[in-house]
Design a protein around this ligand. Structure first.
Ligand SMILES: Cc1ncc(COP(=O)(O)O)c(C=O)c1O
Length: 368
């Protein structure tokens, strides 16, 4: 028998819940909006790490998936999702050997920003008898990987074009730092600056007479702006599919309401009620993201969450009298989806209050 305080009685906690219809809504909404803007959609699998979700994205019309790490790409390819862009450079002999091996089984492209790395990729690809697609990364403001805007991208592209084991597939310009800027006008201005930086590289490539097949980048927060500016040809949003509390606080555009639902939640159980205003739940740093924004209680703005250790959190009632008791259950909205999903083995997929399926998070922990 289900009550408002005891959802999914057969599911042990902590559990990662995913609401099926809200998930499909997000997949379809992003796909439709990318199509309207004439942009190819290549969702980032780092957010969900799940074959079932990747297949739904592909079936909706995604051109392929992005992966942050080779380990994720290996899992996706083994599950039949075999059009992949690895969005961080792959360096060192061990990893390059895995990459060229993967290129035998999948259409895999990799981001690069270094001439010596390109030489190693080329040698390994030639030795393996494969052609490896390369996308040159440009640092458009994040200060992580990528060559500076302007001529360096053209210099590296030229090296790729000369390499017999490599093919030049385009450029990537991703600015992660702006994705969750809540104020739309501030975010729009930062996306504009990032696109200007990218344009300096594209101008250098044009001057060098190098055609750029794909201009890829963008995330969930920049998407409404990327769709309007159309400077990219392919977008890579990841978090849109599950969403999280940080993204829920983002103003989607200057006027329009956030079109994305929030399918992801953590099911927690109350284990103790040490004081009248507070309960302790079984969700701490080991089962909710501890970076960025802390989790929020779903539909309970009167309760605030505080981490209370590795295994525990505290919920405190603003009223001074909490209505939860040991054994009660409550849903939390994770602050950050990527780092929460990576803590779980499976999604509990539900619809209209009933559990529908268990989906393994097959690439969870595959950070190598
Ligand atoms: C290169 C790259 N592209 C796309 C994304 C997806 O961004 P988001 O999850 O904010 O949509 C990320 C996320 O960190 C990323 O690193």
């Amino acid at each position: 028998m289900e009550s408002a305080l005891l959802p999914f009685p057969d599911i042990d906690t902590p559990a990662l819940l995913l609401e099926r219809e809200a998930l499909q809504h997000n997949i379809d909404t992003m796909q439709a909006r990318a199509r309207e803007a004439g942009l190819a959609l290549r969702p980032h699998a780092k957010a969900h790490k799940c074959l079932e979700i990747g297949r739904l994205q592909r079936d909706a019309g995604a051109v392929g998936l992005c992966c942050a790490k080779l380990g994720e790409a290996e899992v996706m390819a083994a599950g039949g999702l075999d059009d992949l862009l690895v969005t961080t450079p792959v360096a060192g002999a061990l990893k390059i050997a895995r990459l060229v091996d993967l290129a035998r089984r999948a259409r895999v492209r990799v981001v690069a920003d270094d001439a010596a790395n390109l030489a190693e990729l080329d040698a390994a690809a030639q030795a393996a008898g494969v052609t490896l697609g390369v996308v040159i990364e440009i640092d458009v403001g994040q200060g992580r990987c990528g060559v500076p805007p302007g001529p360096p991208a053209a210099e590296l592209a030229r090296l790729v074009l000369q390499a017999r084991g490599l093919s030049f597939e385009g450029v990537q310009g991703y600015q992660g730092g702006l994705q969750c800027v809540a104020d739309y006008a501030a975010r729009e201005s930062q996306v504009g600056q990032a696109m200007e930086a990218l344009e300096r590289s594209l101008a250098a490539l044009r001057e060098a007479g190098i055609a750029v097949p794909t201009i890829t980048g963008g995330g969930t927060g920049s998407f409404p702006i990327d769709a309007r500016l159309r400077r990219l040809t392919e977008v890579q949003p990841g978090s849109y599919v599950t969403m999280d509390a940080a993204y829920a606080a983002v103003q989607w555009t200057g006027g329009a309401a956030m079109p994305l639902a929030r399918p992801l939640s953590i099911l927690a159980s109350v284990v103790s009620r040490p004081t009248r205003d507070k309960v302790i739940i079984d969700v701490g740093w080991k089962s909710a993201n501890s970076d960025g924004m802390p989790p929020r209680c779903k539909n309970r703005p009167d309760l605030s969450f505080e981490f209370a250790g590795d295994e525990h959190g505290a919920l405190v009632a603003a009223s001074g009298e909490i209505d939860l008791r040991p054994g009660d259950r409550i849903e939390l909205l994770p602050g950050h989806c990527d780092t929460t999903v990576n803590l779980y083995d499976r999604f509990v997929v539900h619809a209209r209050g009933q559990v529908q399926a268990i989906w393994p998070i097959a690439a969870r922990g595959k950070s190598h």
